[in-house]
Structure formats: structure tokens, C-alpha cells
Design a protein around this ligand. Structure first.
Ligand SMILES: [Zn+2]
Length: 479
């Protein structure tokens, strides 16, 4: 069993889980219902969770799961993995009241969480829409100073780098003991990885407790940014739920390690002299000050040139520049051969794809970027495979913003899938993604008709969180 000792004092008295009103839809979307677990199933979940911790060298201390030491504390990253001179990034927090079919991993857009040891049906919110809105208001009020957007009424598009809080269920579903109201299993200090999923167990208490539940959800999301527990009970990052109107802390507030270790100390030391955390300063460093963003990202496909001609069976390398007025922009490649549309979401901020073994036809390759105010920028090129380009479209002069004319000379790549070869008609956003593990050229089935929950290449993420953090780091420094 998981250490109830720590949690009992932690995030809250599990009050009275009263008759939760069950609505089937929220914000016009269906809410996933999951049958209550039997005692046997709960025990199995607890065993599985403990096994997950043991196998991965993790410890659960209260509402946090992180790499641990033999003594039972959190491992401290030796240095901040973050260059504080880089600009802050904007982000979106998606409060998921709908529930999801989840699996182990680190990508919120794929409904993944490192808290899981296997696939899991996670339930949605058990309360009413009015109760959900009360929780949302807590988020919106407390995040208002920062460059963070709150999403809740539909799943954000996968190309948008967003964090997610699952707003539903109870700790036993994940295998945790009673007594915690939420959990974060992410371990990136300084919000290096932008797609964390955390949990607020809204079934654990009466959903009328909007201040408590909203604050808990915010507290867990903030753990995933790398924030730790501090001692002042009037602050969001205090491990105990107390006052109703908690705030962030604009000064260095000493840690509260009564409930376990303090994570990311080297990062907090960047803002305080040790032993304390300035929550507001860290949030401002990660996300910047809030302001409206009316400026769309700019996208330029630098290769191939618009109208490029390629022999049947050939390969086209697509390279793109994406810029925006704020960090945090995400993008995807969309390839349309006239009968089928395939997408490859650039979860690792890749800027290059190889489309290989192309069947004869005319293709449109479009790279589309999205920022957190949902401004869209794009560029596209037409690719003629085994057919001549129309006379009016030259080989080199048709592409807006293209400056590098490289007509597919990187034809030795074998990592891409055919732009039109793997024909299937799956529109199911929960279905497994196309197989393959290469970063290049894995286009997926379009599912733009299901509210943007399109599937995406999964193989890329088999490398684990550190690898992805590495990608994030590369992107930040390069820009
Ligand atoms: Zn906590």
C-alpha cells in the first residue's frame, strides 16, 4: 500500500463524499462514466501502483510522485536545467471534466500520464456544470497575471502544447490511498516539459467545495511546473487545505517539508537564497506576464519549393521555420493527396519531415502553427509526384516565403511512411495510433471531424521523459 502516513495529514480531509449529482454532459460534451471499482480491483490498482514506483525508482510523498532516494526523499536535479535568460513560454491548462481513455506516458494531448502502469478508463467530473464553472473561476482568477490560458469546454488541438488536469475520479482509481485530493507525477523543474497531465480527485469530496477543489487542481498543475510546498497556509502551494481564498506568494516563503521532500530546490534557489520559494517570481519566469496576443505565428516552408516535381516512389523532405511573438507555439504537418488527409503533430518541435515512397499524384503539404490565443499561421506547398506541374507554376517561384530550393535530394531516408499508402479510415480518437517509431514522416489519420482529438505518432515518445525534455531544451535555446 502507499504510505498513508504522509497523505493523511496532506491534502485534505476527505470530507463527506455525498451524493454527487451525475450529469451526462458538460459544456455540450459527453462526460465519461466509469463503474465504481470493487475492493479487489482497488487492491489490484494499489499493488500495480506500488510496482510502478518500485520499477521506476519513484517515491510517492503526499500528492507528488517523483524520482526518489533510498532514504525516501526526492532526488534533486543537480542544477537547474533551465537557462533563465531565455524568454518565458505561454501555455494552456486544459481542465478535463470529460474523462478520457488514458495510458502511461508524458503527453497530455495523447491522454498520457506517468502515474499509470497500464491503460485506464478515467472518469469525468461527477458534479454539475455550475460546480465545474466555480472551479474554473478559481483557475482563471489565480492564473490571470500570467501568460496562461485556461481551456475547459473542448479538448484543445493536439498541436497546441498544453498541460491537462483530470477533473474527476478518486485516488483509488490510480491506486493511491484515500486522503489525497490530487496528485502530480511529473518531475520537470522549471516547466521544461509543457504537456504534463495531473489529477484532481473531484469525487473525493462534495463538488460544492469549489475553492478546495479548484485550489487543489491548481496546486497539482503547479507541481508539474516544478513548484514545491511552502509553509504559509494562505498560499496555493501550502500542502494543507485551509483558507478559502489562497493566493500565490510574491516573496520567498520557506519550504514546508513536513510532508516530505522538496523538489526542484536548485530551481527555487535561482529566485531565493535557499530554503524558500518565490512562487510568483517562478510563474512569471516560466510564463511571462499576461497580455492579449493578437499576433499569429509565422510559418515558412523552406524546402521543397512550391510546385516541386518528384518521380513516383520518390521522397520529399519538408523543412519549416516557425516563429511567433511568444514562446509556446505548436505546429503540425498536414498532407493532402486529394483523397486523404494525414497529420503529423510536431510534439517534439520537429521542423523536418521526410515523405517517402510517394504514390503518383498531386499533394498539398501544409504546416500549421497555433498559439495559445488560438491565432493560426501556415504555409503550404504543392508537390507533383510522377506528374508534371502545370505550366503556370514554376518549379521555384511559387512558394510564399520559401527561400531554399531543395528538390528532394535527401532521398535516402527510409523512415517516412507513404503519404498515401497506409490507408485506413479510422476516425476514432481513442484508437491506437499508427505503428512506427520514427520521428520523421509519420503522418496519422485525419480526424478533424471529431473535435480536434486527432491521433498522433506515439512511437516518438517511447524514448521517455528525459528525451523529450531534451527536445524542449533544444528548442528553447535555439530560439
Ligand atoms: Zn502538493
Amino acid at each position: 500500500m502507499v504510505s498513508g502516513v504522509f497523505i493523511s495529514s496532506l491534502l485534505l480531509f476527505a470530507g463527506d463524499p455525498t451524493d454527487t449529482l451525475s450529469s451526462n454532459t458538460l459544456f455540450g460534451e459527453e462526460v465519461r462514466q466509469v463503474a465504481p471499482l470493487t475492493e479487489l480491483q482497488l487492491q489490484q490498482r494499489a499493488d500495480d501502483f506500488q510496482k510502478l514506483l518500485d520499477e521506476k525508482g519513484l517515491v510517492q510523498i503526499g500528492d507528488q510522485v517523483r524520482p526518489g532516494t533510498k532514504e525516501g526523499g526526492f532526488t534533486q536535479p543537480p542544477d537547474p536545467m533551465f537557462d533563465w535568460t531565455t524568454p518565458p513560454h505561454r501555455n494552456t491548462i486544459f481542465l478535463n471534466f470529460f474523462g478520457a481513455s488514458m495510458s502511461p506516458g508524458t503527453n497530455a494531448a495523447l491522454n498520457e500520464s506517468p502515474c499509470l502502469s497500464g491503460p485506464l478508463e478515467y472518469p469525468g467530473f461527477g458534479g454539475t456544470e455550475a460546480q465545474a464553472i466555480a472551479l474554473i473561476e478559481v483557475f482563471e482568477r489565480l492564473m490571470e497575471p500570467y501568460g496562461i490560458r485556461i481551456a475547459y469546454d473542448e479538448v484543445p488541438p493536439p498541436e497546441l502544447p498544453y498541460a491537462m488536469v483530470m477533473m474527476g475520479g478518486s485516488p483509488g482509481i490510480l491506486g493511491l490511498g484515500n486522503g489525497v485530493l490530487g496528485v502530480s507525477c511529473s518531475s520537470d523543474c522549471g516547466d521544461m516539459w509543457w504537456r504534463d497531465a495531473t489529477f484532481a480527485f473531484t469525487d473525493a469530496i462534495n463538488p460544492n467545495n469549489s475553492a478546495t477543489l479548484g485550489t487543489t487542481a491548481l496546486h497539482e498543475a503547479a507541481h508539474a511546473f516544478g513548484l514545491a510546498h511552502i509553509g504559509d497556509p494562505s498560499k496555493v502551494m501550502n500542502p494543507f487545505v485551509g483558507s478559502a481564498n489562497v493566493t500565490w506568494a510574491p516573496t520567498c516563503v520557506p519550504y514546508d517539508d513536513a510532508t516530505g521532500g522538496i523538489n526542484c530546490q536548485a530551481t527555487h534557489d535561482e529566485f531565493c537564497d535557499g530554503g524558500a520559494q518565490n512562487t510568483d517570481a517562478e510563474l512569471m519566469a516560466y510564463f511571462g506576464a499576461n497580455s492579449p496576443d493578437m499576433e499569429a505565428p509565422t510559418v515558412a516552408i523552406t524546402t521543397p519549393a512550391d510546385g516541386v516535381e518528384v518521380p513516383t516512389g520518390g521522397t520529399v523532405t519538408i523543412e519549416v521555420d516557425v516563429e511567433d511573438n511568444h514562446e509556446g507555439v505548436g505546429w503540425k504537418l498536414v498532407v493532402d493527396d486529394g483523397s486523404q488527409v494525414q497529420e503529423s503533430v510536431s510534439f517534439t518541435f520537429q521542423r523536418r519531415w521526410d515523405l517517402s515512397n510517394l504514390a503518383a499524384g498531386t499533394y498539398t503539404a501544409r504546416v500549421e502553427a497555433l498559439d495559445h490565443d488560438r491565432n493560426v499561421g501556415f504555409d503550404e506547398v504543392t508537390i507533383y509526384v510522377g506528374v508534371d506541374a502545370p505550366e503556370t507554376t514554376g518549379g521555384d517561384d511559387g512558394s510564399s516565403g520559401a527561400s531554399d530550393s531543395d528538390s528532394g535530394s535527401d532521398s535516402d531516408s527510409d523512415s517516412g511512411t507513404s503519404g498515401s499508402g497506409s490507408g485506413s479510415d479510422s476516425d476514432d480518437s481513442d484508437s491506437s495510433t499508427p505503428s512506427g517509431s520514427d520521428t520523421d514522416g509519420q503522418a496519422t489519420q485525419d480526424s478533424s471531424d471529431d473535435g480536434g482529438c486527432s491521433t498522433a505518432p506515439r512511437g516518438t515518445f517511447g524514448l521517455g521523459a528525459l528525451m523529450m525534455l531534451g527536445f524542449g531544451l533544444v528548442r528553447r535555446r535555439r530560439d
